[in-house]
Design a protein around this ligand. Structure first.
Ligand code: COI
Length: 356
């Protein structure tokens, strides 16, 4: 890393929203990190600039062929006023994985992490301190070249924008309802399901809309070939506690390798809870349910944190999990992860990074 990050201060600062009105992703801070790519200069001109609308040509490739990727991570306010990031290097590494799959020139991870740290430092007053709140960090890269042929763009922009947020699903630990989707699919082996490209989310909207109309919060995706094996939920990875063991779908090339997923597996190993990363069918889950062995279900994600699941609907059969109550293990994981993120518990794993 040998590039200097320039800073252009916003002339007008926005009023900060009340913590009770935050919700998810509605407010944006005063500044953003920006860097651009062209073949002559590579990734160049890293800078922190006012958050403002962009100018792009209508022919910019991103609008036509969707060459766009993103990440999601958070900054947390500690009781002593300090700010922590949670495993930011993992998200930046995954951004580079997404670059590779989507034919976007790779980024200097150290430079982007430095830009992110400087941005948070400048925007530190935007990190909320109320319980359950944080500053959501959204890095994104998109194709900017004005051109209509189908090929990788020659130019790109990378941005990091920030948004103070509350819980993703409203009340953090109240169990959500999930609709198991048997018609539409999210990703196929050999496709792009394992990276964070915007089109994955666009393709999920119709099923999400259907689930919402039926009264469900999220969709659980099955594999595209046989519509049998469990993949992931709309914005989370998924875990099942069956007879004292924790099962989660193994990473198979079409599932997103979540940072929270990875952290939960490490915690469980550490606690001596058996973890099975396997191919899991919906039939197995139904059988465990019928046997009275399906003890808990929960999702994991940056935005969602740990989200208990109270109901699964598969082919119109409703499975009510743990009487729609948050299970003990889900709660223990939630508490441990959030205690580490908010600096209330010692981080024995080296996951947190203090913003100086
Ligand atoms: C995240 O958890 O950060 C995500 O990217 C999920 C999102 C699409 C809200």
């Amino acid at each position: 890393m040998n590039q200097v990050i320039e800073f252009v201060q916003a002339e007008v600062k926005k009023e900060k929203p009340e913590a009770s009105t935050l919700g998810f992703g509605q407010y944006f801070t005063d500044h953003m990190f920006r860097m651009d790519y062209d073949p002559e200069h590579g990734w160049h001109s890293p800078r922190i600039v006012p958050y403002e609308p962009l100018t792009l040509e209508p022919s910019a490739l991103v609008f036509h062929y969707g060459q766009a990727i993103f990440e999601g991570l958070k900054a947390y306010r500690l009781e002593n006023g300090n700010i922590l990031l949670f495993r930011p290097e993992k998200n930046i590494r995954r951004l580079n994985e997404s670059c590779r799959r989507m034919c976007i020139p790779s980024i200097d991870e150290e430079l982007v992490l430095e830009g992110l740290q400087q941005l948070i430092q400048i925007e530190k007053d935007w990190v909320p301190s109320e319980k359950g709140t944080s500053l959501y960090i959204r890095p994104l890269i998109f194709a900017t070249e004005p051109y209509l042929g189908v090929r990788p763009s020659k130019t790109y922009t990378l941005l990091i924008i920030l948004s103070p947020v509350g819980a993703y699903y409203g009340d953090q630990l109240s169990p959500i309802k999930i609709y198991v989707e048997s018609e539409f699919v999210r990703a196929v082996e050999g496709g792009v399901g394992h990276v964070k490209t915007s089109g994955n989310y666009a393709a999920s909207l119709l099923a999400q809309q259907k689930a919402a109309q039926l009264g469900y919060n999220q969709v659980l995706w099955l594999d595209a070939k046989e519509k049998t094996y469990i993949e992931e939920v709309g914005s989370m990875n998924i875990f099942f506690k069956i007879n004292g063991e924790v099962w989660t779908p193994k990473l198979n090339g079409s599932i997103l390798p979540g940072v929270t997923r990875d952290s939960v597996i490490e915690l469980l190993h550490d606690w001596g809870v058996p973890v099975r990363e396997e191919r899991i069918s919906m039939k197995q889950i139904r059988q465990a349910y019928l046997n009275g062995e399906l003890e808990e279900v929960f999702g994991t994600g940056t935005a969602a944190v740990i989200s208990p699941v109270g109901e699964l609907n598969w082919n119109n059969e409703r499975m009510l999990i743990n009487d729609c109550q948050t299970g003990d293990l889900s709660e223990r994981i939630y508490k441990t992860i959030t205690n580490i993120q908010y600096g209330k518990e010692q981080d024995r794993y080296g996951w947190t990074m203090v913003i100086e």
